[in-house]
Design a protein around this ligand. Structure first.
Ligand SMILES: [Zn+2]
Length: 108
């Protein structure tokens, strides 16, 4: 790792540069993250489990699963690139990562 990543946007940039895609499903595959699907009451729309390196997507989520996956991948990449941060900080970074991923432009 040559440069320091300070926010979700820089994290998204580093991830896209490394994996060459902004597609969350492809990113998950390339990063070796296992995907599961289930239905539960949508208090949460997805869950990332770091021990099993898997993400479970809630089929009852009221937003597209691509967006849910983008956010959950944010949790994975925050931990990969930045190490452990506190829960609130990681949550913000994951959201910022997803937003940046979906609006990614290589010229910015
Ligand atoms: Zn989250």
């Amino acid at each position: 790792m040559t440069k320091t990543i300070k926010n979700g946007q820089e994290l998204a940039q580093a991830v896209v540069e490394q994996y060459g895609t902004t597609d969350p499903f492809l990113l998950a595959e390339l990063a070796g993250i296992k995907l599961d699907y289930a239905r539960w009451h949508p208090l949460s729309w997805g869950e990332y489990d770091s021990r099993s390196r898997s993400i479970c997507l809630n089929l009852n989520a009221p937003i597209p699963l691509t967006e849910v996956l983008g956010h959950e991948l944010g949790h994975y990449f925050v931990q990969q690139f930045l190490g452990k941060s506190n829960r609130k900080e990681e949550e913000l970074l994951a959201s910022d990562f997803a937003t940046s991923l979906f609006s990614y432009s290589p010229n910015v």
